[in-house]
Design a protein around this ligand. Structure first.
Ligand code: IDP
Length: 135
């Protein structure tokens, strides 16, 4: 298995709920290391650029509005199989469908306010890490 890096975002709903620490603890307990971390408020342009692949989707405007509604915590996680492992820790996009013990099952309210983002492939991880942290 390869050591990988992936981009994680703790979204505004989870920051507002005061569960940054609990979420980061799950990454750490699973053996993922936080190698970059920044709390920030995304501008409209930053959120639109980050989610550019969803530009044509009906939920795009709501997604951008949500992601700019409050501060987020952007992190780079590193570890064995980090991309897939983070997706497993997160659970399904819709928290109602997320497995027990996953971050979204435990902390998310709805499909739009779903607590965390995680890169879904090696190509996305590279683009997303570069987007926030450069090379
Ligand atoms: P992911 O975050 O699990 O990778 P994507 O399909 O890449 O899911 O969607 C990106 C984000 O867009 C989701 O995390 C969620 O916040 C939002 N989203 C996805 N599908 C819907 C929807 O049907 N309604 C509202 N928001 C959605």
């Amino acid at each position: 298995m390869a050591t990988e890096r992936t981009l994680s975002i703790i979204k505004p709903d989870a920051v507002a709920k005061n569960v940054i620490g609990e979420i980061v603890t799950r990454f750490e307990k699973a053996g993922l290391k936080v190698v970059e971390m920044q709390m920030k408020s995304l501008s409209q342009a930053e959120a639109e650029g980050f989610y550019a692949e969803h530009k044509e989707r009906p939920f795009f405007a709501d997604l951008v509005a949500f992601m700019t509604s409050g501060p987020v915590v952007v992190q780079v996680l590193e570890g064995e199989n980090a991309i897939a492992q983070n997706r497993e820790l997160m659970g399904a996009t819709n928290p109602k469908e997320a497995a027990e013990g996953t971050i979204r099952r435990d902390f998310a309210e709805s499909i739009d306010a779903n607590a965390v983002h995680g890169s879904d492939s090696a190509a996305s991880a590279e683009r997303e890490i570069g987007y926030f942290f450069g090379n």
